[in-house]
Design a protein around this ligand. Structure first.
Ligand SMILES: [Zn+2]
Length: 205
């Protein structure tokens, strides 16, 4: 006689019992055998998904998987280097252009800032127009037209000549605080004489 677990109530009972003494299940040993057999059959089915494939089919399949993996890895690596190369050569040109742009932008913003410093009411000022007249090395000559309040609070338009030098401390950082000059010129100016005088005053070369 051996002890089994009743499949209905889980009690430990004799495998000889006609009925489970706890829950009354008829022929519990027989029921348990059927349940175990069914469970084994289900597990075997799951295992057969792989084991069912014949050996002659398994080897080419495994080989194909390895070859496919290698092809994918090589493709990814080659793609990475191809992208990196074009990107780095493009970004070199781009960074040069960007640097030139940020240098010009620094000059442009700087010219307006210089004019603002010469106004009675910088906070009221508004940029109307700005032209780059000339460049010489790192120096920029701008014509700047602004609206701003005079000492009576009236909004007045004025025209300025500004020269400033733009230098960089590092590849992408520029500042314009070198050799700054500003001169208010005639309303529709500057005239050629005004430009000539201004250049002389600021040592423009
Ligand atoms: Zn039972």
């Amino acid at each position: 006689m051996a002890l089994i677990t009743c499949p209905e109530c889980g009690a430990r009972i004799s495998d000889q019992a006609e009925n489970c003494p706890h829950c009354g299940l008829p022929r519990p040993a027989e029921r348990l055998a059927i349940i175990n057999a069914e469970r084994e059959k289900r597990q075997a089915t799951a295992g057969d998904l792989l084991s069912g494939i014949p050996m002659w089919a398994k080897i080419p399949a495994a080989l194909a998987a390895v070859v496919a993996s290698i092809v994918i890895i090589v493709g990814v690596v080659m793609g990475y280097y191809a992208c990196r190369d074009t990107r780095s050569s493009r970004s070199y040109a781009e960074s040069y252009e960007e640097a030139e742009d940020s240098k010009k932008l620094t000059a442009k913003l700087g010219a307006f800032e210089v004019v603002k410093k010469n106004l009675k009411s910088p906070s009221s000022s508004r940029l109307v127009d700005q032209d780059l007249l000339e460049t010489s090395g790192d120096s920029y000559l701008y014509r700047v037209e602004v609206d701003s309040q005079n000492s009576f609070g009236a909004q007045v338009r004025s025209t300025w000549l500004v020269c400033l030098s733009v230098k960089s401390d590092s590849p992408d950082r520029y500042h314009w605080n070198d050799q700054v000059g500003a001169l208010e010129v005639s309303r529709n100016g500057p005239t050629p004489e005004e430009i000539k005088t201004f250049k002389e005053l600021n040592g423009w070369k």
